[in-house]
Design a protein around this ligand. Structure first.
Ligand code: SF4
Length: 93
């Protein structure tokens, strides 16, 4: 039996590769539940995130397009691993 084929869409922007299928990982200690990531993701369309119990969670991972918008919205840098550096240019931290 043939193995399951995995396809990924990779988009390069801001010196990083965003891979469809990579979803945000949210650090519970850093997250203060401000909802900035939730509101921005909802405004942009995918609507992946929710705040539950005071912490952002990935409620609809199937909607994630891997654009990294939530990472840029987070004031505490609580969101990780949406993308990987391309090595051509590093984002400002
Ligand atoms: S923007 Fe950052 S701190 Fe605010 S809810 Fe999202 S992950 Fe938490």
């Amino acid at each position: 039996m043939a193995g399951k084929r995995i396809e990924a869409t990779v988009v390069e922007a801001f010196g990083r590769e965003f891979v469809q299928g990579n979803v945000p990982e949210i650090n519970e200690v850093r997250c203060m539940g401000c909802t900035h990531c939730v509101v921005l993701c909802r405004k942009l369309g995918p609507n992946v995130l929710e705040v539950k119990g005071g912490v952002a969670v990935v409620a609809r991972p199937e909607n994630c397009i891997g654009d990294g918008a939530c990472m840029t919205a987070c004031p505490t840098k609580a969101i990780f691993l949406m993308s990987r550096p391309t090595g051509t240019r590093q984002p400002a931290l």
